[in-house]
Design a protein. Structure first.
Length: 63
């Protein structure tokens, strides 16, 4: 899955995004790219579960 997160602008944001995703699936493979504001996730969790976790962390993901 790929998400675009406009408010992910730095390494700290990337760590917060990673933690939010790992709160749903600790084994998720996550690649964050703050300059492009893109996150790639390989996870057993659903898109909806990941989006909810990201929203709860204060981010607005879009596909």
């Amino acid at each position: 899955m790929q998400f675009h997160i406009d408010s992910m602008t730095c390494g700290g944001c990337a760590r917060s995004v990673t933690k939010a995703i790992q709160s749903v699936d600790a084994d998720a493979q996550i690649m964050t790219d703050p300059p492009s504001r893109r996150v790639e996730v390989t996870s057993s969790a659903t898109q909806e579960q990941l989006e909810a976790a990201l929203r709860e962390a204060g981010y607005a993901p879009r596909m």
